[in-house]
Design a protein around this ligand. Structure first.
Ligand SMILES: Nc1nc2c(ncn2[C@@H]2O[C@H](COP(=O)(O)OP(=O)(O)OP(=O)(O)O)[C@@H](O)[C@H]2O)c(=O)[nH]1
Ligand SMILES: [Mg+2]
Length: 252
């Protein structure tokens, strides 16, 4: 039936590579010949992925220290200036678009919002600081609440301190770093919105923050570069947070 057998591979979508004709594997029609099976992720990366694939639920919003939930799970809080991208980063981590509410205008998050991740880790979305346009009384109340929480929470294992990659660390950030050092709570500097900077500017900013972190007692090594918009650094942050989460709930 094939009068011109050399045309057979071409008719089947094949092409010549070196001296051989290759016909695509019909099971993987889009896979290029050079595609190899992707390497399996490192076990700790896999742990991070599994942790953040757990169901996550909004537990409660807290406007006063007296309303804080029981300090049972290991906790990680997301702190930073207003509009730095705290709520967006939490959404990127858990792979949900609008679990934590985000907004273009600063001052969106006005309470401490607690999210229970699979009964293994509590994520806490904090109101931002440094938002001058909000009523003064309100700002004082938020920052008082955030400070009291950061100082006195026994199960707070780590703070992700978010810094806008375009602006770096400002006065409010340095104050929080001092407070955390005083409370012996470790913090991880996390640069956000990396998609808005060129590569060179980002490298300079990262070096600057790494140097600043080296001088702080409470800083964890290796600041992280992230973009909630593009998903940069999200798997890395998941991996780091998996190291402080509680053990998987077996059989339940
Ligand atoms: N380009 C870019 N924009 C981002 C990124 N992450 C957040 N944003 C934007 O930054 C704005 C603020 O984001 P939020 O997540 O609400 O910031 P927040 O720190 O929770 O703000 P407050 O709750 O007001 O303290 C929104 O318009 C987001 O879309 C990012 O990775 N890249
Ligand atoms: Mg927010």
């Amino acid at each position: 039936m094939w009068r011109k057998p050399w045309l057979r591979p071409i008719c089947r979508g094949g092409r010549r590579i070196g001296r051989e004709w290759k016909v695509p594997d019909p099971r993987y029609p889009d896979m290029p010949d050079t595609a190899r099976k992707p390497e399996a992720p490192a076990p700790e990366v896999e742990e991070g992925r599994v942790l953040f694939a757990q169901p996550v639920r909004f537990l409660l919003g807290v406007a006063a220290v007296s309303q804080l939930p029981a300090a049972t799970l290991p906790e990680v809080a997301f702190a930073g200036r207003s509009n730095v991208g705290k709520s967006s980063l939490i959404n990127a981590l858990v792979g949900r678009k609008a679990l934590a509410r985000t907004s273009k205008t600063p001052g969106r998050t006005q309470e401490l919002n607690f999210f229970d991740l699979g009964g293994r880790l509590m994520l806490v979305d904090l109101p931002g600081y440094g938002y001058a346009a909000a009523p003064r009384k309100k700002v004082a109340a938020w920052s008082g609440l955030v400070r009291d929480y950061l100082r006195g929470r026994p199960n707070l294992r780590q703070v992700c301190l978010l810094l806008d990659a375009r602006h770096g660390a400002k006065t409010g950030d340095l104050e929080i770093m001092e407070l955390l050092a005083g409370a012996a709570v470790p913090f991880l500097p996390v640069l956000t919105k990396a998609d808005l900077l060129r590569r060179e500017a980002l490298a300079t900013r990262l070096a600057e923050i790494a140097a600043l972190a080296r001088e702080r007692r409470a800083a964890l090594p290796e600041p992280l570069v992230t973009s909630a918009r593009l998903g940069y650094g999200i798997a890395e942050l998941r991996t780091k947070l998996a190291a402080i989460a509680g053990p998987p709930n077996r059989g339940g």
